[in-house]
Design a protein around this ligand. Sequence first.
Ligand SMILES: CC(C)(COP(=O)(O)OP(=O)(O)OC[C@H]1O[C@@H](n2cnc3c(N)ncnc32)[C@H](O)[C@@H]1OP(=O)(O)O)[C@@H](O)C(=O)NCCC(=O)NCCS
Length: 162
Amino acid sequence: MTQEGVSVRNARLGDAAAIAALTKEYAGEGIMLERPVDNIIENIRNFFVAEHAGRVIGCCAVAFYTPKLAEIRSLAVEGGWKLRGTGRQLVEKAESILRDEGVAEVFVLTLSREFFLRLGYGEVEKEYFPQKIWRDCTRCPKLMACDEIAMKKTLVPTNIQT
Ligand SMILES: CC(C)(COP(=O)(O)OP(=O)(O)OC[C@H]1O[C@@H](n2cnc3c(N)ncnc32)[C@H](O)[C@@H]1OP(=O)(O)O)[C@@H](O)C(=O)NCCC(=O)NCCS
């Protein structure tokens, strides 16, 4: 928990509506893909939430592509809580789960370049991740005018024996 009393935990089914509301707000601004409640429920084990005084103020999810490659997605922090370390807490939680799974490389498709630079991500060509293009981009309304950049970070998996 941070000084401000924000904690990050695995999402529960009861969080699905709050997660959907967060993604809907930013989807309306064209910043991220909306995640409908049924889609969130289906993937609830891959979501994390940031909570303050029992209220969800942020979320993020992981998506697995290969045993070594995963994505951090659906990252959102409520407007009034931005720039107080919540986004970092969410991403660090997701990274720790990925490390435990043995994932060596994590990527994001994002408009938030400066934020991810601060967290140690570097920009790469989108073509570096062909699987992603086929899974999600085809259903994105921005397909032919994508303004997101791809960024990646190398993780040192915790399950590697030295
Ligand atoms: C991107 C987002 C999740 C960041 O969350 P946040 O809680 O505001 O970020 P944090 O406070 O944890 O910031 C971590 C670091 O990044 C920096 N940072 C965050 N947003 C930044 C911005 N827009 N420009 C420059 N630096 C930024 C912070 O200053 C902080 O720096 P520090 O390491 O010196 O302390 C939040 O702005 C958001 O929800 N944006 C809309 C949705 C979105 O773009 N999601 C990403 C889709 S992949």
